[in-house]
Write a new protein. Structure first.
Length: 428
């Protein structure tokens, strides 16, 4: 049952930021982002095709990889709002984050022992690790309201993303060197180097996650202990009625879909234009390292000009990059556009998170961020479909990329309808 409206009296709304807790929280992004770079986007898809499913037809291995990836995403999408509500009602955000961290780390470590041809085992381990990675984000994001006062949320959220880009980029860069020059590290082959990289990701994720569990203190459980489906439905109804939340979530879904589509399809687009694969990997690393200082800068920019204006600036750059992609001809232009994306990618993500954190009741952050991450899992669904349909109808890859402008424009228009949240937690 939803309790009547009351002012949130949690001390985090008035006291100064706890620096140790804040850095401990931000370090978790440094910890788990290595899975996103080295495993998710980097090496697993390649090793799956060339080692675990080598005897399988390319189309068939693509099907199974897509199926297991989609199944993991669907599971996270369905359970995030309910588990977020459970975390609120039982004061269990840290405990559930620990559980999902283990669900992510242990299968990642297990990939080292998946032998050649064991594609089913590798796919199951990858899907389980993906559930741990994506499922944990609900509780990690929800802890933002416990480590940052509202007026500091832009800066703190930005530091989380910045450290994530830096940590993920550093380990990925080392892992790329290991895979291309395995003899430098006493390794027998590139395959062995990649499998050792998975062990390094598991160790890195575990080590740098520990400060959060020691130093971050979450707020007490919210009133009541009802975690039934009916209680979840009541929270969802409340979320729809909370001023600005529904409109923001739709706006976020549109523009973040465009962001994720560019992330996922940039390499494919570059290869379609005939660019060298090594150059594309270097461009990915460029985005990681440019995004580190840029995300930090966006955190301060949001404080000075307003979070919504800073998000608009990021979306404007994305629109210009999309238009630039239409006219792109050379690898140097690809690098230039990659650098521009790095300047705003972390900022748009970080400020969207902090903007949303100020729209929602702090003591129900778990449930609300469950919705936020459910929307995030829907992202990169409409965009790739739009790109594919336009490419099929027009016969032009360039025109298909230009179609993403629709997502950025519509997202910005809807965002304009959401009032900028003040520096005070929303009442329940």
């Amino acid at each position: 049952m939803i309790s009547p409206p009351c002012e949130d009296s949690h001390p985090m709304t008035t006291v100064t930021l706890n620096t140790r807790a804040t850095w401990s929280w931000a370090l978790y992004d440094w910890a788990n982002s290595t899975f996103a770079t080295t495993v998710l986007a980097g090496f697993f898809p390649v090793l799956f095709k060339q080692y675990w499913a080598e005897e399988m037809a390319a189309a068939q291995s693509t099907f199974w990889l897509g199926l297991f990836s989609s199944a993991a995403s669907l599971l996270v999408m369905l359970m995030s709002p309910w588990l977020g509500a459970v975390a609120d009602r039982r004061g269990a955000k840290k405990r559930l984050l620990l559980l999902f961290t283990l669900i992510g780390v242990l299968p990642t470590l297990g990939l080292f022992w998946a032998g050649e041809g064991q594609w089913l085992l590798a796919a199951l381990l990858f899907a389980a690790a993906s559930v741990g990675f994506f499922g944990g984000l609900t509780f990690y994001d929800a802890l933002l309201v416990d480590v940052a006062a509202p007026e500091e949320s832009d800066r703190v959220s930005a530091w989380g993303y910045a450290l994530g880009y830096l940590g993920g980029g550093l380990l990925f860069a080392l892992n790329v060197v290991m895979a291309t020059q395995p003899e430098w590290f006493g390794l027998a082959s590139a395959t062995q180097a990649v499998k050792v990289s998975f062990v390094m990701v598991a160790a890195w994720w575990t080590l740098f996650a520990l400060p959060l569990f020691f130093w971050v203190k979450e707020r007490p459980a919210s009133a009541g202990t009802d975690t039934s489906f009916a209680a979840l439905v009541a929270i969802l109804r409340q979320a729809v009625k909370t001023p600005g939340v529904l409109t923001f979530l739709i706006a976020y879904w549109l523009y973040i879909d465009g962001v994720h589509t560019i992330i996922r399809m940039a390499v494919d687009f570059g290869m379609a234009l005939g660019f060298a694969s090594n150059s594309l990997i270097v461009a990915l690393l460029l985005v990681q390292f440019v995004a580190f200082p840029a995300a930090v800068a966006f955190g301060y920019l949001g404080e000075h000009i307003g979070t919504k204006r800073a998000i608009y600036l990021g979306l404007l750059v994305y629109a210009l990059v999309t238009a630039g992609g239409y006219a792109m001809q050379t690898e140097s232009q690809f690098f230039l556009l990659a650098g521009a994306i790095g300047l705003v990618q972390g900022g748009v993500q970080a400020l969207s998170r902090s903007f949303y954190a100020r729209l929602i009741p702090a003591d129900q952050a778990g449930a609300y961020f469950g919705l936020f991450n459910m929307i995030g899992k829907f992202a990169a669904v409409l965009g790739p479909l739009l790109v594919g349909v336009v490419a099929l109808v027009s016969g032009s890859n360039r025109l298909s990329i230009l179609s993403l402008l629709v997502l950025f424009v519509l997202g910005a228009v809807l965002l304009a309808r959401v009032r900028e949240p003040g520096h005070k937690r929303q009442p329940r």
